[in-house]
Write a protein that binds this ligand. Structure first.
Ligand code: DGL
Length: 274
């Protein structure tokens, strides 16, 4: 059985993760393995899905509104921005507005540059993420000796969301997204720079057989949280169930509710952000 990494005497932390959709569940999955005793809240901002091409101002406004609203309902021990597109923009605003630890996930340029043998790496991320100055800085800092190819895509986010809802993968659309890399002579490492993308990792491996390494988002995030909880002790909580939130009641609400229950969230609540 997995040993809890939180001290037995410590209160259980309540960790809020948010994303535009289901992608952040890949981050949640990694964190709950490391911190199985924590309480989890997960918000998917379906009213503003996809985030890929949304402006920085909109992403910041959504981040602050979502965290503010949920913090009024449940005391938060930490916030995880389980989305690369948002993390490359919203972290300073969240840290300025909330006192609990705020962590995010940004493209894993450093591990990719270290593991690649050909020193040719691919960044597969949303359109917003591949164009962020934040990402250029990461490349200049950790991969100046590498060739970094980029594919910015909104299609792949939608393909994954559809797979999560219906179980069906649109292979034709998927192949079109990665076509520029299918006959690449040296590319050996691909960074999954969007939290949705590990949900089609097997399909990507099949379409890009020459790629030896696929680097998942959120590498090391749970260790960072465990470290932070030493300095920011969790708040006591009366309510202790895992709750999922969405930002609009869509026609597929019952299916969404079922999916979230399968991931361990007992209820799905619509947040009123107006
Ligand atoms: N899952 C998100 C990310 O990691 C964004 C998906 C979207 O574009 O909505 O970037």
């Amino acid at each position: 059985m997995m040993e809890s990494k939180l001290s037995k005497k410590a209160l259980k932390p309540t960790i809020l993760l948010y994303d535009s959709g289901m992608g952040g569940l890949t981050i949640y999955d990694a964190i709950r393995r490391a911190l199985p005793d924590a309480h989890y809240l997960y918000c998917f901002d379906n009213a503003f899905f996809p985030y890929s091409e949304k402006s920085e101002a909109v992403l910041i406004e959504r981040a602050v509104a979502i965290v503010q609203k949920i913090a009024e309902i449940r005391p938060l021990s930490a916030v995880v921005v389980a989305c690369n597109t948002a993390s490359t923009v919203v972290l300073p605003a969240l840290r300025a507005n909330f006192r609990c630890p705020i962590v995010g996930t940004v493209p894993a340029i450093k591990p990719a540059a270290q593991i690649s043998k050909s020193k040719t790496i691919g960044l597969l991320a949303t359109k917003g993420t591949v164009n962020r100055p934040y990402v250029d800085e990461l490349i200049a800092q950790y991969a100046p000796h590498c060739v970094v190819e980029k594919i910015g895509t909104t299609d792949l986010v939608e393909i994954v969301e559809e797979k999560q809802q219906s179980g069906v993968v649109d292979w034709q659309r998927l192949e079109k997204v990665v076509a520029p890399w299918q006959n690449h002579p040296t590319l050996d490492t691909v960074i999954l720079g969007c939290t949705h993308f590990p949900l089609v990792k097997a399909e990507l491996q099949q379409l890009l057989p020459n790629v030896a390494y696929f680097i998942d988002p959120g590498v090391g995030l749970s260790n960072r949280l465990i470290e932070l909880f030493k300095y920011f002790p969790p708040y006591p909580e009366e309510k202790s169930i895992n709750t999922a939130f969405c930002t609009q009641k869509s026609p597929n609400f019952p299916q969404r509710e079922k999916i979230m229950q399968q991931w361990g969230f007992e209820e799905l609540v619509v947040l009123d952000l107006e």
